[in-house]
Design a protein around this ligand. Sequence first.
Ligand code: NA7
Length: 539
Amino acid sequence: MTGRVVDALVVGAGFAGLRSLHTLRERGYDVAVIEANDDIGGVWYVNRYPGARCDVESYDYSLSFSPELEQEWRWSERYATQPEILRYVEHVAQRFDLRRDVHLSTRMERAEFDETTGRWRVDTDRGTWDARYLVMATGQLSVRAAPGIPGADDFAGTTLHTADWPHEGADLSGKRVGVIGTGSSGTQLIPVVAREAAHLTVFQRTPNFSVPANNGPIDDARDAEVKAGYADRRERARRSPSGLGFVPNKQSALEVSDDERRALYEEQWRTAGFGFLLAYYDLMLDQEANDTAADFVRAKIAEKVDDPATAAKLMPRGHPFGAKRPPVDSGYFETFNRDDVDLVDLRETPIERITPTGVRTTAGEVGLDVLVFATGFDAMTGALLRPEIVGRGGETLREHWDAGPRTYLGVGVAGFPNLFVIAGPGSPSLLSNVLLSIEAHVDWLADLLDHARDRGATVVEADPGAEARWVEQVNARAEATLYPRADSYYMGTNVPGKPRVFTPYVGGVRGYRRILESVVADGYDGFLLSGKGRDVRAS
Ligand code: NA7
């Protein structure tokens, strides 16, 4: 059994939790991390499916707080694979001696704020912790969404989930494999499985816009070049809307000629990956502008896929390009040119049920040996709402978020003092280079806690009015974009019963950072500080 008294208990040992541990420890807090999995790494520990990679470039999806770490780590590819990222996590943990404060195989079950002591009592399946601060670093994509397809338990073959792939791997050779889901996970997995399996059937409910990764090895000259200018690269990323360093084009897609636009799209297609979305500033703001990019991607699909009927099925329609997170793929569409790969369009022939021998759609049964679910996550709020978290007056977080997540700046929650969320709902989070957003949050939170400590405050909480205004701002910003026009995990529509609310803050990393800075300049405006039985002025 574990459990003891600490200044800060961090939940989750992925990048957010490990970075929180390192930084808060450096600032002199007594910190412990609990992690439900049996090892560190968070999403990168569990998402071990073949083909799993980051869709942000390695140099940007890496920790920035230590120039020495930046210089000594050598990424091998433009987009790192899951095993390489996990090796990096392990290196970071060793280099900064993090493991000694990480308690593995320890799941948080309940937390309750004690209004008399201003501390959290946190119950886990391996003991109880007493912490002044509770830092939720539980990840945005760590709870799987239940696909709700009848008969899933009846399947007599092997059932796999992309986020629960066996550590020893799965032998798919000679097997008839079915994959349900064509989001980022499915799109990465499908080309790899197609090469290994005897036959692959892809069950697609919604076709996805996907952009090519243009992945490749990093040679020594390129590595030296990036490392020579790493500080500038980081600063560029912090000042960019996406946290990826792309400078958005100030032009509208509609103010240039068709030829000029096509030329830029071609160039972005060959080079940009995720940055394709920033080819023009209004691609996510104006449907007509977005249509130009969507038409371009559809034309690319037609070029890549030999059979016109299959190409037509793969072409997304009815939602804006980018409103569902576009996968960054390596040979996804081309996979459908193989003779041993079939596409089942579930809009035409929906799944009726999973049977012991395969998947039955309205067109009949597809016999399978292996069924893979790439069906996504209860994103952003799933892991925060799984344990019971009880704040002031006995209110639970589930009650507080009944109509959708409510936070102040995506960090604090009114009525839940001393509870903080890293890259939570209402912050750029998954809409950005999430690792950059994690680091920004951790540093900002550490400053806030120091500020409280300097003033003798022991309780830090978001003011309900500040929270209400922030929620309004998050919603208003989202409504001004095309994002709410698609069903997506950003909107929570993939989880039955989840409120239909756009969860991340859409105003970009750069704008969000300015807001955080102005909150600090105003003496942490919107946070209430108190302690030792008296109110403490915030500034
Ligand atoms: P996503 O992007 O949520 O994709 C899930 C996919 O699974 C998507 O194509 C869904 O179709 C499909 N799905 C979900 N439930 C069903 C059922 N019941 N029947 C058929 N198809 C279904 O999750 P990913 O894991 O791919 O990616 C998550 C993030 O990880 C990604 O954005 C990156 O940031 C990394 P739908 O579109 O809902 O019709």
